[in-house]
Design a protein around this ligand. Structure first.
Ligand SMILES: O=C([C@H](O)CO)[C@H](O)[C@H](O)COP(=O)(O)O
Length: 209
């Protein structure tokens, strides 16, 4: 099981500082969608230059022009990038093909999908590396959590690894870890607390080796 730190609300220097604080516990660092919007792929490149050896996911949330956008993420330093499960099947198939050709990885984000079991099975058949259930910021504000839909994903997916994201904190991580994701994604639960290094350490310590 891997821990991914989603970096969403920092500038580039803040992101670099957060990575330095947490890199002993975090397996994958996410260049979050707000950073993509604020700093572009040049910001991703600056982080890659600062940390040549970390595993970087660029959360592009791709919807179209998939082959090109996936390859741009890899070109600027990402090891993994993301496409939305609500995108057209052709786009997701193109993204998977591009990831295989580049020797990189692809996560399909189930955010906004309502028939989770059906769509997860369809996506699984297309061969992405990860399928992630995700309660985005806007639904978190309404009190929603990813826990209910993660078990649906877990039952529907047989080929891809599973990921879970959405408001996970030190106090709630154990419940979702016990459900057995391959990748646990935490953003504010680490980045906004007083001691991000300790929060990352505590969550990583809860995970099976
Ligand atoms: O993908 C995310 C969200 O859509 C904003 O871009 C977050 O990275 C994801 O939700 C994880 O962050 P937390 O919810 O703060 O744990």
């Amino acid at each position: 099981m891997k821990l991914q730190l989603a970096i969403d609300l920092e500038d580039i220097d803040g992101a670099i500082n957060l990575i330095n604080q947490t890199k002993d516990s975090v397996d994958i660092f996410e260049y979050g969608t707000p950073l993509v919007i604020n700093f572009g792929l040049e910001g991703l490149q600056k982080i890659r230059q600062a940390f040549p050896d970390i595993t970087l996911l660029a959360d592009l949330k791709i919807m179209d022009v998939a082959e090109y956008e996936v390859n741009q993420a890899y070109k600027y330093g990402a090891d993994i990038t993301t496409i939305l499960a609500v995108a057209e099947d052709q786009s997701i198939e193109d993204a998977v093909k591009a990831a295989r050709a580049a020797g990189k990885q692809l996560l399909v984000d189930m955010i906004g999908v309502h028939d989770v079991a059906k769509r997860a099975a369809e996506i699984d058949a297309m061969g992405p590396d990860y399928i992630g259930t995700h309660t985005g910021y806007d639904l978190q504000a309404l009190g929603e959590t990813p826990f209910e839909t993660f078990n649906t994903i877990k039952q529907a997916v047989t080929k891809a690894k599973t990921a879970v994201a959405g408001g996970i904190k030190v106090s709630t991580a154990k419940q979702i870890i016990d459900a057995g994701p391959d990748l646990l994604i935490v953003g504010g639960g680490i980045s906004t607390v007083d001691n991000p290094s300790e929060a990352a350490r505590q969550i990583k310590a809860m995970m099976p080796k």
